[in-house]
Design a protein around this ligand. Structure first.
Ligand SMILES: *Cc1c(COP(=O)(O)O)cnc(C)c1O
Length: 398
């Protein structure tokens, strides 16, 4: 059997997924990034600055925690990688720290970003405050109403939040506005994308910034168990950045089983879902050839999930490739299954997870493992931001 390759190729493809399908007016910016990103981020001085901020500002390394009571419940060895303990409450800041340093290297003086639920907007506004750089976050008008606390956070951090008022006034419209801004301001502006999506080199670049997660898992697991890789690694997938980061150093470790969990919403066949690999097909979204949910005319179907961070109509090209090649297993969890997992983890371990993360935890209910196996779940974020959802649903039964 020929060994599969899971790294990006020089043209930006993972198998048949990826690439850079962009309007001509973005070409010079994207092409400059493609030609310089590896040299910039691999430079010793960059790595030194990146690692210092991850340590002193983000709070890394995050612990790899053996969840004893959860392990007993499912009769396996469960380890939680505690990204919920990162500054701002999730893994997203690993990427925004990397990209703000890159923007400085490129002598950019203005940052733009898109955000749906506001989590990436907050992580971007945070690093812009840290560096004293102007920050503009595009957000759908509907999302601005739905996500008031995160809008307030971004403003407190000094960012300008601009409403996207076209189309469905949600994430995809905010993305369109951000792209338009970048076309108008190609010289001084860097666009910080929040997941492993978008044109090459974003998927690879964001994966590399997030790969600090798997780098830490590797030595922490050796330290705790003597084993160089877990038998199973589980992560939820919105665009795919926490999964890519947790899995990066294990991609070529064929004995490490990779499990991706999507949001089924109200059920895969309910018409209200964000299970992209189950319901999607090959197409282009945000400059990348990947799997996405689209109708017969190629128009994007609005995704649905109770969790705003998984509510994305595509997945990153790496994940499309991992799924299609059979390297990764893919599962989904419904809104209700995710909520049940929130309540279970909170009571068993004293850790209130984010709704996104809870989808990864939920599959413990139906995916069976052997008692001696080591299972790592990437705990991508904490649940403070989801408290009102948890309270509302507790009223109905919990
Ligand atoms: C944004 C977010 C996700 C989904 O994004 P990925 O790029 O798929 O990781 C998952 N968990 C949390 C806590 C998030 O904030």
């Amino acid at each position: 059997m020929t060994k599969m390759n899971y790294s990006v190729d020089p043209a930006g493809f993972y198998g048949k997924y990826g690439g850079a399908f962009i309007p001509e007016m973005l070409h010079s910016n994207i092409s400059r990034l493609q030609h310089t990103y590896l040299d910039i981020i691999n430079a010793e001085s960059f790595q030194k600055a990146f690692n210092a901020l991850l340590r002193d500002y983000v709070g890394r390394p995050t612990p790899l925690y053996k969840a004893k009571r959860l392990s007993e419940k499912y009769n396996i060895n469960i380890y939680l990688k505690r990204e919920d303990l990162c500054h701002t409450g999730a893994h997203k800041i690993n990427n925004t720290i990397g990209q703000i340093l890159l923007a400085k290297e490129l002598k950019k003086t203005r940052i733009i970003a898109e955000t749906g639920a506001g989590q990436h907007g907050v992580a971007t506004a945070t690093v812009c405050a840290l560096m004293g750089i102007e920050c503009i976050v595009y957000m759908g008008e509907v999302d601005i109403e739905r996500q008031a606390p995160n809008v307030a956070r971004m403003k407190l951090l000094g960012a300008e939040v601009r409403a996207a008022k076209s189309g469905s006034r949600t994430l995809k419209d905010a993305t369109n506005e951000a792209i338009r801004d970048w076309i108008d301001n190609p010289v001084d502006t860097h666009y910080i994308i929040g997941s492993v999506v978008g044109p090459h080199p974003y998927p690879d670049m964001v994966t590399r910034f997030q790969s600090v997660i798997s780098q830490e898992i590797r030595y922490q697991l050796i330290d705790k168990t003597g084993k160089a890789y877990p038998d199973h690694l589980i992560a939820c997938v919105g665009g795919g950045s926490n999964a890519a980061g947790a899995m990066y150093h294990f991609l070529d470790e064929e004995n490490c089983n990779l499990i991706l969990v999507e949001a089924a919403g109200k059920g895969i066949n309910s018409g209200h879902t964000a299970a992209t690999s189950a319901k999607g097909s090959k197409g282009i979204i945000h400059g990348s050839m990947t799997m996405l949910m689209q109708d017969q005319e190629g128009q994007i179907i609005e995704p649905y999930s109770i969790s705003a961070g998984l509510d994305y109509p595509g997945i990153g090209p790496l994940h499309a490739h991992l799924i299609e090649s059979g390297r990764a297993e893919v599962h989904s969890a419904t809104d209700q299954e995710a909520l049940d997992a929130v309540y279970a983890l909170s009571k068993l371990e004293g850790i209130i997870p984010a709704l996104e993360t809870a989808h990864a935890l939920a599959i413990l209910e139906h995916r069976k493992f052997k008692p001696e196996e080591n299972v790592i779940i990437n705990l991508s974020g904490r649940g403070d931001k989801d408290l009102s959802t948890y309270i509302n649903h507790m009223d109905n039964g919990e």
